[in-house]
Design a protein around this ligand. Sequence first.
Ligand SMILES: [Zn+2]
Length: 504
Amino acid sequence: MSFKKFQFRKGHPLSPICLLTLFLVFNSCTKEKLSINNVQEIKTDSSILAYIKELGYNDSDIKDLGEEYLVDGDIVFSKNTIIKNTTKAKGLKVSQYGTGSHTNENVVIQIDPSMNNYINEIYSAVTHWNNVLDCSLDFSVYSPGQTTPPNIIITNANLGSGVCGQSYFPVNNKPGSLIRININEISGLPFEQRQRTITHELGHAIGLRHTNWQGHEATTGNDPSNGAYYDAIHIPGTPTGIDASSLMNSGECGTGATYLSDYDKIAIRSLYFQPTPNWQQLSGGARDISIGADGSVFIIGTDYNYNNGGARIFKWANNDWTPIGGYAIAIAVAPNGVPWVVNSFGSIFRRDGNVWTQVPGGAKDIGIGADGSIFIIGTDYNYNNGGARIFKWANNDWTPIGGYAIAIAVAPNGVPWMVNSFGSICRRDGNVWTQLFGGAKDIGIGADGKVYIIGTDTLNGGYGTFTWTGNSWNKFSGAGIKIAGDLNGKPWLINSYNVIFKYF
Ligand SMILES: [Zn+2]
């Protein structure tokens, strides 16, 4: 079945209200000078020094650089750091392995312009850490306007001969805020060694110490030089001796391992273990998904063909997808379980019984609230406008409501939320679009009112997922490109490989 092309009959240009606001914010984001402070406040270098000693470092491992302490060659602590209610277990000297100090935040790296020629190396390092299975930490590179602000800056610094890089350790449950890379030292190295330096320093920033610390430090007892008590904890599954393959060995600038060793992965997993995520993979594949307020779930399949009108449309029933006839590129489900679709020609159809009835107008996307309000994104897409015009269904026709978007979802109270081509997120409050914090690629709202977005933080499988708290976005689990909420407040997700997941 294919649908005929249908032209828009009606509609007049409206001033792009949201767009103007958005542009200001968007531009200001790109110009923003970001400063990242784990903590500021007053100096109490005695407290940070005590903290370093409690991590199990000998006095001989600790160098006073004036504003900072340098520990074990390349690990840095700012003297400005105030240790707050630390979760670190005092006296622990963890083996391959941890500092006893963690981050509770995912790692978002801001690349200082001085490192612009090392972006590929940075992405390689990010990929190494992201590829550790069952690890809850996500690593990403910050781009202006994205959902999560950066918490690590990576910059060039002349650290002297023989030193590839330095990193801060995590304190107060945030990752070490600064990584310095000595371009003078690494520029002559092969790519794999250049990215190795960045991977290694990122390891410090999330709390890994040097694997080969045992060569010059005891495993338990009171440190003879400073009296601090420590007791190394051996991580089951890792060697008690050396791991020559560890990327976290010290003193191997330019010569060390370029991949995380199996024991490195066990170590990072032990610090940030996240058991099997609560995502269940479903059968089939999809490009779009929608869930009605009655619980019915529909997808657009993957057999896209422009001339057919898109890809086949399926309904979820008895743990499988059943084709219902017709082709489309986007779908939304009315509260009574009736799907509305948009096809590749921009035509709009509603399922009446067993047939598709064409409705007036043209669209690229469609959203329906639990109260039955229907909105579309028109076909006049223009990146610089923010997308295409937004229309509301009323009296058997579409009325433009102002604003431009690329994706739309409707809250149970009939209020539309949208994402525009700049990634900005807006909610319709009365007659104006209010821009919300963060950035997104897609948005979905469940019949219970829970709002989900596909953020802008690149992950394997798409982008990170987030839920709205009322004033900001909480990181959710999983990665995808399309998201929809069901009536129980659980999202369904499609990732960039078109795999469909349901959250439990
Ligand atoms: Zn190191």
